[in-house]
Design a protein around this ligand. Structure first.
Ligand SMILES: Cc1cc2nc3c(=O)[nH]c(=O)nc-3n(C[C@H](O)[C@H](O)[C@H](O)COP(=O)(O)OP(=O)(O)OC[C@H]3O[C@@H](n4cnc5c(N)ncnc54)[C@H](O)[C@@H]3O)c2cc1C
Length: 256
């Protein structure tokens, strides 16, 4: 049996700017013919754009009549971001097979969805597929018009800055409904790590009652190099430097 992920070639049929940071792409063409949605409402696909071999993940907004809709956040810089920021209609991309993660138990009496702009495609699709009373918190640079149906219980939060998020703080301040329910959250990875701990340690939700996913990694800085501090420390001491000066030398060596 092949372990290679199913992949499909698709053409960009349409590109629409939904809001300053959100671009809708409608993909289609004969290469998508065998594509089958998992039906899981937060399902995503890998997207490989022309001239690249690395994929990035995007939520399936919808797949119907041979057309696959993806909403792409255009942030400061990035492989897909820079591609999607221009007119890409007619270009060919590769789509990798869909996968999903949302698994709300049938006994859930409430649903809470929290995320940033990258998560609103999933939150909107999840909200549209459930009758369970749903509250949504979305941290965004701007509100894309008409993204959620009229009457959705949604709290819009201002994003503190490009590539920044305060979602962990927001979730730590939430009041939790009584009884059994389901919590779904996606956004910047370090915020998600904090919230997983919070749910486990403070809220004590069973692991079947939540799904918290890191959708992207903040911190555009390069990872520091692994540098042995020993020789730097000894050389600094010999040169009569203070500890502060030596640690500054160490940081410089890691960044160089
Ligand atoms: C399951 C899943 C579903 C997802 N669904 C969507 C979706 O529907 N729509 C969507 O837009 N994204 C979605 N994402 C997030 C998306 O895959 C990442 O944001 C991805 O890194 C974007 O790729 P890029 O090529 O633009 O930037 P990259 O080349 O990956 O990154 C370049 C730089 O940009 C920073 N960066 C990456 N993403 C962001 C961001 N959103 N805001 C600010 N800085 C960022 C990185 O830290 C890095 O420094 C999803 C991720 C997962 C795991």
């Amino acid at each position: 049996m092949s372990t290679r992920a199913q992949h499909y070639t698709a053409q960009v049929l349409q590109r629409a700017q939904l809001s300053p940071h959100l671009v809708r792409l409608i993909l289609g063409g004969p290469g998508l013919a065998g594509f089958t949605s998992t039906g899981i409402p937060d399902e995503w696909v890998g997207l490989v754009v022309p001239g690249q071999f690395q994929s990035r993940y995007y939520t399936v907004v919808s797949y119907a009549d041979g057309e696959l809709v993806l909403d792409v956040v255009v942030h400061e810089h990035g492989l897909v971001t820079e591609w999607a920021a221009r007119d890409v209609v007619g270009e060919s991309v590769t789509i990798l097979e869909p996968k999903g993660s949302f698994a709300m138990p049938s006994t859930a009496g409430w649903l809470m969805l929290v995320g940033d702009l990258t998560a609103i495609p999933a939150m909107a699709r999840i909200a549209a597929t459930t009758d369970v009373p749903t509250r949504i918190w979305a941290e965004v640079p701007e509100v894309p018009p008409g993204y959620f149906p009229e009457g959705a219980d949604i709290t819009w939060l201002d994003q503190p800055g490009e590539g920044q998020s305060r979602l962990a703080e927001v979730v730590e301040g939430l009041a939790w409904p009584e009884g059994e329910g389901y919590f779904w959250m996606a956004g910047e990875s370090s915020q998600m790590r904090t919230i997983r701990k919070h749910l486990m340690r403070e809220i004590k939700l069973p692991s079947t009652a939540y799904d918290v996913m890191g959708y992207w990694r903040g911190g555009a800085q390069r990872q520091p190099r692994a540098v042995d501090p020993g020789p730097i420390y000894r050389a600094g001491k010999q040169a009569g430097k203070t500890d502060e000066e030596i640690w500054a030398d160490y940081d410089n060596a890691r960044d160089s």
